[in-house]
Design a protein around this ligand. Structure first.
Ligand code: ZN
Length: 155
């Protein structure tokens, strides 16, 4: 299944769930988009996956934003830990985990990332980093990918 189908299925599921949870229209749109994006996460184990290509670009973009948003003016330093700074540090921490995992452990395609354990771990990680709504969106997006791939193994 190609990445567009995964995004579409994830977004449709996300829209249905957050519509039923009676979210505001703005939250509904954001959570639907996030669910669609999270449907690409399991295929990060594939070198040419769309999610992998986007993340590699996003990392460079966020690195620039971190430098730009840093609190100490012209030097390169950690951003102030207010709302934006916390978000950037969270992203960089996630990017670090991502690079460590995929560069050094090189999971095989449709291996550990296509299991229910990975799906739950992703949801728990998102819960602690972002809160319950984004965690639910991530969990739904991730699970939609596993269902669409017909890969419902536990581990
Ligand atoms: Zn897949």
């Amino acid at each position: 299944m190609d990445w567009r189908s995964h995004v579409f299925i994830g977004a449709i599921l996300g829209f249905a769930i957050f519509y039923l949870l009676d979210e505001t229209i703005f939250a509904l749109m954001m959570l639907t988009a996030f669910t669609g994006l999270c449907a690409l996460v399991p295929d990060l184990d594939h070198d040419s996956s769309k999610g992998r290509q986007w993340l590699d670009f996003a990392f460079v973009g966020f690195a620039f934003m971190t430098v730009y948003g840093s609190a100490c003016g012209t030097g390169i330093c950690l951003p102030a830990l207010d709302g934006m700074g916390t978000m950037l540090v969270t992203f960089l921490a996630m990017a670090g985990v991502y690079f460590l995992f995929f560069r050094f452990f090189k999971p095989r395609h449709r291996g550990i990332t296509h299991t229910l354990v990975a799906c739950i771990a992703f949801g728990v990680l998102l819960y602690f980093m972002t809160g319950r709504m984004l965690a639910l969106a991530g969990l739904v997006g991730y699970a939609s990918h596993l269902i669409a791939d017909n890969e419902l193994k536990f581990i």
